[in-house]
Design a protein around this ligand. Structure first.
Ligand code: PEP
Length: 255
């Protein structure tokens, strides 16, 4: 039985003055849930904008929760103005970092090769990369969803090897479902999750079994139960709903 993982992606939201209220509400809600759910391991994490990582650490240190960032440089240090390295994130005790989020791929022209290099950089710094993969609506309608997902996974496998996935998470996020209110049906999500697991299982059956695969795309309290009940869905990557404590806690409770 794989452990569950729920990760909030705050995107470019939050303010210094209001973050502590949200962080504290989530932290105290999670500690109540943890006390009630003996035996089920549900890790909860938040990926915040860089400037707020110190606040996340201050609020969440000593709790069962983890925190992380939404991107990382492929470079370790040097003349790379504006970049933030994995070791800088490790300085703030980040556990996770998103790599290849569709907003990075589409708005910031991150190629499969860049995503693979960021995955490697995250692991060099001891972080757990959450590799985001997903197809656009055009790709789904063209019937190439599986080709796209396989291409995105294979690019990371080619550079990092399958052993690198022992300490990594994959998030399946259909681009057409992110921030749109449209959710993949549980069956659509399950089908792609099974394919992702199958691709990794081709490298090693054990790896396929162990890999945590999260679903992301307009997950909310009203649809989470059906999504999380699928056998190959091990939790969620949650955008909008992670900014509302009561909604995020309901999603964590479903996990
Ligand atoms: C995301 O940002 O990864 C995401 C899934 O967003 P939302 O839940 O808002 O669709």
């Amino acid at each position: 039985m794989r452990n569950k993982l729920v990760v909030g992606n705050w995107k470019m939201h939050g303010r210094l003055a209001t973050n502590p209220g949200l962080l504290d509400a989530i932290r105290s809600g999670i500690s109540t849930q943890t006390a009630k759910s003996a035996g089920v391991v549900v890790q909860v994490a938040l990926c915040l904008p860089y400037p707020y990582l110190a606040q996340a650490r201050q609020s969440l240190e000593g709790s069962s929760m983890a925190w992380g960032a939404q991107d990382v440089s492929e470079h370790d240090q040097g003349a790379w103005t504006g970049e933030v390295s994995g070791s800088m994130l490790a300085d703030f005790c980040c556990r996770y970092v998103l790599v290849g989020h569709s907003e990075r791929r589409s708005f910031f022209a991150e190629t499969d090769a860049i995503v693979a290099a960021k995955f490697a950089a995250a692991q060099r710094a001891g972080l757990i990369p959450i590799l985001c993969v997903g197809e656009t609506l055009v790709e789904r309608e063209a019937g190439v969803t599986h080709d796209v997902i396989t291409r995105q996974l294979d690019a990371v496998l080619a550079v990092n090897g399958s052993a690198a996935f022992v300490r990594a998470v994959v998030a399946y996020e259909p681009v057409w479902a992110i921030g749109t209110g449209k959710t993949a049906t549980p069956a659509q999500a399950q089908e792609v999750h099974a394919a992702i697991r199958g691709r990794l299982a081709r490298e090693s059956a054990d790896l396929g079994n162990r890999l945590q695969i999260l679903y992301g795309g307009s997950v909310k309290p009203s649809n989470v139960a059906d999504i999380f009940s699928q056998p190959d869905i091990d939790g969620g990557l949650i955008g909008g709903a992670s900014l509302v404590a009561v909604d995020f806690l309901a999603i964590c409770a479903a996990a």
